[in-house]
Design a protein around this ligand. Structure first.
Ligand SMILES: [Mg+2]
Length: 224
């Protein structure tokens, strides 16, 4: 096998920790519980249930940038609040704003992420990021963690109308890198989006098993 010449990375759960989500939902639920006189634990649980239900309905469109990015998390909070008896539409908007501001201070890289990217940069290895999610959210994560300039190519699914595991999104990254698929690694945590996607596009997949250090559910919103 020829040596790899360039490396693509997934973001959420691979370079970026995704174990902050439950803490953010809990913190937001506690604030809302105080405000609306409801049970915080019940509200947090309702958020998780609502998330999985609504993600099934619109997750693909959300990753492709085909629905308003704010609409997904806002609808999840609307459903969760309704479950505990709060039906004021303004409450869901307020909940989402609170969620966004709380989450924006909670983005963290895994300890080794910056070191790995620096190691590759120092050796002149071209790198790309291929991430599923809306433009604003994914780019906010890069900015918050200081890796917005760490890649030669950044491909955010919401900016291109295509998401992993579609081979087309890997082709965009390869085109930007000027690399052949067969000489490019793709590093990611999701067996379908990253491993299956990379394999389908002819790249060489590297699976990162982060299960032991992640929360029970993937990051919210949940790019893969
Ligand atoms: Mg991931």
């Amino acid at each position: 096998m020829s040596p790899a010449r360039s490396v693509c990375f997934d973001l959420d759960g691979t370079l970026l920790r995704d174990d902050h989500v439950d803490g953010v939902v809990r913190a937001v639920s506690e604030r809302l519980a105080d405000r609306f006189g409801v049970d915080a634990e019940a509200l947090a649980a309702a958020n998780e249930t609502a998330w999985w239900e609504y993600w099934t309905e619109v997750g693909d469109a959300w990753m492709r940038g085909q629905i308003e990015p704010e609409s997904l998390p806002t609808e999840v909070w609307r459903r969760a609040l309704a479950t505990v008896g709060v039906t004021d539409a303004a409450a869901a908007v307020e909940a989402h704003a609170l969620h966004t501001s709380t989450e924006s201070t909670a983005f963290r890289l895994y300890d080794e992420s910056a070191e790995v990217l620096r190691w590759l940069s120092e050796r002149g290895v071209p790198t790309a990021l291929i991430t599923n999610g809306p433009s604003g959210l994914q780019r906010a994560k890069l900015l918050a963690t200081g890796i917005e300039d760490a890649f030669d190519v950044v491909i955010v699914s919401g900016e291109h109308g295509v998401h992993k595991p579609d081979p087309a999104i890997f082709a965009l990254a390869l085109s930007g890198l000027g690399s052949a698929a067969s000489e490019t690694l793709h590093v990611g945590d999701n067996l379908v989006a990253d491993v299956g996607g990379a394999r389908g596009a002819g790249l060489r997949p590297v699976w990162i098993d982060v299960a032991p250090r992640r929360s029970s559910r993937p990051s919210a919103p949940r790019p893969s």
